[in-house]
Write a protein that binds this ligand. Structure first.
Ligand code: FAD
Ligand code: EPU
Length: 340
């Protein structure tokens, strides 16, 4: 039977390090724990929040409800399919440790996603991505439990409706399911993806000529450590905003005024703009407001510089949104989940 902790401080359970209390807090170690929790009288009436590693959420205030931390563990090989293999991980496994397990066993596909904080169960939420790979590229299926009916449901890739930092769980099915496991289709023979420029440069620095998955993983770790702030040292949730997509006409107009603007052409003829570049051009790198700040090495990341409140981070994000909109006419969208 899972224990309910009253008035629980979530400060050490979110990587922004924001002090926020919830009415009730519990940890689940098995599906039986979930079923027992759902049978409690208070469960139905409580507002619920599923917590993984807390690395993509911002608490604006105390949470008036039940926070359920998913601690389900276990990694298994589900099926050997010749050149491919299906690997299933329970939702509470640490993402980076899971990636390292795959790399160690020679299963290719996740190495570009090394060192992303958080748990496996949250990875489909925003279709996590980095250095040229998103989980949709290797996703097979996931299992989830409906938080009201307790019914188990299997979601295929199509059912997850993955997009850039998007899925059905962030939109239509927000706060409806608890993801309990995710299965990935990985390759037994390494086919590395070094298309992201920075990886090739890093591999050259490392003196690697024919990269394997361990090398790619190591290169990604080095790049990430060089520019992204370590949440253990300074509170943050990675990129606070998404990179915005604009149509060709808007791109051309902006490019004519700002020839140095960083942008990538998309298959649908639109362009993705580097939000970090836009924010930096507004002179906001290092900008500080009530203890919240724009990171000095990566302007897309907002940090808790001086033990600030969630509200302070949010106000800083408003300031950044407004500054980018007035200078470029482009509206940024928040990537981080705002919890109020
Ligand atoms: P949480 O923050 O705990 O939760 C995020 C959301 O998912 C919440 O809405 C929560 O309710 C929901 N949720 C969590 N677990 C479950 C579950 N089992 N079932 C249902 N809902 C659930 N992201 C990237 O995509 N690419 C990056 O390169 C990247 N770099 C980062 C770097 C740093 C330094 C940091 C701090 C963050 C970075 N992130 C990145 C963001 C973050 O790590 C990912 O979004 C990660 O998947 C969040 O996992 P989590 O377990 O911490 O989720
Ligand atoms: N840039 C600037 N100034 C800055 C930051 C970036 O000019 O302050 C420029 C860089 O010089 C580069 C471009 O913007 O030319 C892109 O920068 P970077 O390679 O650091 O990637 P990003 O677009 O800022 C995205 C993801 C990251 C992911 C990296 C690597 C989003 C919202 N962010 O960042 O994901 O790790 O690419 O693939 O898509 C996250 O989601 O939390 C996250 C960290």
């Amino acid at each position: 039977m899972p224990h309910l902790f009253k008035q629980y401080n979530l400060k050490n359970l979110n990587t922004f390090g924001i002090e926020a209390y919830c009415d009730n807090y519990t940890e689940l170690y098995s599906i039986d724990d979930l079923k027992a929790l759902m049978a409690l009288p208070d469960y139905v009436s409580s507002k619920k929040l599923i917590l993984g590693g807390g690395s993509n959420m911002l608490f604006l205030s105390d949470f008036k409800g039940l926070v359920i931390r998913n601690c389900l563990k276990g990694i298994s090989i589900e099926k050997n399919l010749g050149e491919e293999v299906l690997i299933k991980s329970a939702a509470g496994e640490n993402w980076h440790e899971f990636v390292m397990w795959c790399v160690k066993h020679g299963y290719a596909g996740l190495e570009n996603l090394s060192l992303i904080p958080g748990c496996v169960g949250a990875s489909p939420m925003q279709n996590i991505g980095a250095y040229g790979v998103e989980i949709k590229d290797v996703f097979e299926e996931l299992e989830a439990y409906h938080l009201t009916t307790g019914q188990k449901q299997v979601f295929s890739k199509e059912a997850c409706r993955f997009g850039y930092r998007e899925s059905v769980f962030k939109r239509e099915l927000k706060d409806t399911f608890m993801i309990t496991s995710v299965t990935f289709r990985l390759k037994k023979k390494a086919k590395v993806n070094t298309s992201y420029g920075a990886i090739q440069e890093e591999l050259e620095k490392m003196g690697v000529k024919e990269a394997g998955i361990k090398d790619v993983s190591e290169a990604v770790i080095r790049i990430r450590q060089s520019k992204l702030p370590d949440p253990k040292l300074i509170g943050n949730a990675g990129s606070f905003f998404k990179n915005p997509e604009v149509n060709e006409e808007t791109y051309k107009t902006l490019k004519a005024s700002y020839p140095a603007m960083v942008a990538y052409a998309l298959e649908n003829k639109n362009y993705k703009l580097a939000a970090g570049w836009l924010i930096e051009q507004c002179g906001l790198k290092g900008y500080e407001l009530n203890g919240a700040a724009v990171h000095t090495k990566q302007a897309l990341v907002l940090v808790n510089k001086n033990n600030c409140s969630g509200q302070a981070i949010y106000e800083l994000s408003e300031h950044v949104l407004n500054a980018v909109f007035s200078k470029f006419g482009v509206r940024l969208e928040r990537e981080v989940n705002i919890i109020s």
